[in-house]
Design a protein around this ligand. Structure first.
Ligand code: NAD
Length: 396
C-alpha cells in the first residue's frame, strides 16, 4: 500500500512504518552520540510508545543500558489499514533493543486495567527480578476504573468561567493557517471529576501499590510522573482548567507515594517538562498557537529541545544522581528554558500582535507543522512516500 497522511484538524489517522522507525532510530542515535548515562538497570515505562514516554524508554535503554518493559495502548496494523504511529515505534524500539542485546518487552494493553499490571509483574518476575525505575507518562482520553467499571472521559476545559482565546487553525498538509477566536465553555463538576480520574494520580498509585505488593521494587527504586505548567497565556485552558486540576492530583499523589512507600526506599518525583508537539498536546485548544510562538523564540535563543533532548537532559542532570532544580512543591523543573523571562516576554509580545497576516513571521508554524507530520512518520526527506510499503512489517 502507498501510505500518505490522512488528516483531520490535529488528528492523523495513518502512520508510515518506515518513517516511524526512522524517528526511533534518530532518537537512539541522538542518545548514543551523548555521554553515557548512569542510573537505571531495569526500567518500566508506562506510556512508552510516543512522545515523552518513548524518549524516556530510549534514554533508559540506550543511555543507561537498562532492560525495559513498556506499556502502551496502540492500534495494530492490518493488511488494509495502518497501525498507529506508537505501534510502529514500539516495533522499531524492540528491534533496535534486540540488536543491541538489551532486553525489551512491550505490552500493548490498557495501563489502567488490573490484568495489565498483573502481566507486567509477571514479565518483571520472569525476566528482571525487580525494577529500579518507573516512568509514568500516560496521556489518555478515557479510563475504565478497574474497581467500579465506571468509564471516565477527560475533557480539556476551563474551570469556573468560559473562555475566549486566540487559536491556530492550521492545514497541516499545506501549511495554510489562520489565527481565529474560539470560545470554550467552563467544565461541569462531573467533567472535572472525570478528567482527574483519567489524568490524575490514582492509577500511578495503583501501579506502585501493585508492584510493591508483588515485591518487585528494587531498594533504590524511583518513580517519575510528568506534568506541565506553562505560562499565563495557557493557564485558563491548562493549569487553571480540568487538566491542571488532574495534575494537582498527580502532585498530591507524589507526596502520598513518598509517605506510603518512602520507608522501603521508594522515591517519587514529578518532573515539570517543556512544551513539545505530541499527539496529546496538539489535542489541547490554544496550545498549538502558543507552542508555535514559543518555538520561534526558543529556537532563536538556541534553547529549543524536542522530546529526546529534553528527557536525556532530565536523566543526565536531574534524575541521576539526585534532583537539584526543585521548586517549593518538590517538583523537578525542566521547564527552565521555556519559562526564561526574556523568552516569555517576547512570547507575550507576539501573542498580543499575532494575526492571520503576520502568523508566519511571529510563529514557527512550519516547525510545528513538520513536528506534527513527523509524529506519524511523515516528512522525512530520506523516505520515499510514493513507494509501496506493507502496513504489517515483518518482525525480527
Ligand atoms: P503522547 O500522546 O505522545 O503519548 C501518550 C502515551 O500514553 C502513548 O504511549 C499511549 O499509547 C499511552 N496511552 C494512552 N492511553 C493509554 C492506556 N489506556 N493504556 C496504556 N497506554 C496508554 O503524550 P505526551 O505528550 O508524551 O504526554 C506524556 C506525559 O507528559 C503526560 O502526562 C503529559 O501531560 C506530560 N507532558 C507533556 C507535555 C507536552 O508538551 N507534550 C509537556 C509536559 C508534560
Amino acid at each position: 500500500m502507498i501510505i500518505k497522511p490522512r488528516i483531520r484538524g490535529f488528528i492523523c489517522t495513518t502512520a508510515h512504518p518506515i518513517g516511524c522507525a526512522k524517528n526511533v532510530q534518530d532518537q537512539v542515535n541522538y542518545v548514543r552520540g551523548r555521554p553515557q548515562l548512569t542510573g537505571s538497570s531495569n526500567a518500566l515505562i508506562v506510556g512508552c510508545s510516543a512522545g515523552y514516554g518513548l524518549a524516556s524508554r530510549i534514554s533508559a535503554a540506550f543511555g543507561c543500558g537498562a532492560n525495559t518493559i513498556g506499556v502502551s495502548f496502540e492500534k495494530d496494523p492490518t493488511e488494509r489499514k495502518t497501525g498507529s504511529a506508537g505501534w510502529y515505534n514500539n516495533a522499531a524500539f524492540d528491534r533496535l533493543a534486540s540488536s543491541a542485546n538489551l532486553f525489551s518487552h512491550t505490552i500493548n494493553d490498557d495501563a489502567f486495567a488490573d490484568h495489565t499490571k498483573t502481566a507486567v509483574i509477571e514479565a518483571i518476575r520472569n525476566n528482571l527480578g525487580s525494577i529500579d525505575l518507573l516512568i509514568y507518562s500516560l496521556a489518555a482520553p478515557i479510563r475504565t476504573h478497574p474497581k467500579s467499571d465506571e468509564v471516565f472521559r477527560s475533557s480539556i476545559k476551563p474551570i469556573g468561567q468560559s473562555m475566549s482565546s486566540r487559536t491556530l487553525k492550521l492545514d497541516v498538509l499545506t501549511g495554510n493557517c489562520e489565527v481565529s477566536e474560539i470560545d470554550i465553555d467552563a467544565a461541569t463538576d462531573e467533567e472535572i471529576r472525570a478528567t482527574t480520574a483519567v489524568m490524575g494520580g490514582e492509577d500511578w498509585e495503583y501501579w506502585i501499590e501493585a508492584l510493591s505488593e508483588a515485591d518487585v521494587l528494587a531498594p533504590n527504586f524511583r518513580t517519575v510522573a510528568y506534568t506541565y505548567l506553562g505560562n499565563e497565556l495557557t493557564w485558563p485552558i491548562y493549569r487553571g482548567g480540568t487538566i491542571g486540576k488532574a495534575k494537582e492530583h498527580l502532585d498530591e499523589t507524589c507526596h502520598k507515594l513518598n509517605t506510603r512507600f518512602g520507608q522501603s526506599g521508594c522515591k517519587a518525583f514529578i518532573a515539570v517538562l517543556k512544551a513539545v508537539v505530541t499527539q496529546a498536546s496538539t489535542a489541547i485548544p490554544v496550545v498549538p498557537l502558543y507552542f508555535s510562538i514559543l518555538f520561534q523564540e526558543m529556537k532563536s535563543e538556541g534553547t529549543h529541545e524536542d522530546c529526546i533532548d529534553h528527557i536525556h537532559r532530565l536523566f543526565q542532570e536531574q534524575l541521576y544522581p539526585e534532583p537539584s532544580r526543585v521548586d517549593d512543591s518538590g517538583r523537578i523543573r525542566m521547564d527552565n528554558f521555556e519559562l526564561d523571562e526574556a523568552v516569555q516576554a517576547r512570547v507575550a509580545k507576539s501573542w498580543e500582535r499575532i494575526n492571520s497576516e503576520n502568523v508566519h513571521e511571529l510563529a514557527d508554524v512550519s516547525g510545528f507543522q513538520a513536528d506534527f507530520l513527523r509524529l506519524f512518520g511523515f516528512g522525512h526527506p530520506e523516505v520515499n512516500y510514493d513507494a509501496e510499503v506493507s502496513p504489517v512489517p515483518l518482525q525480527g
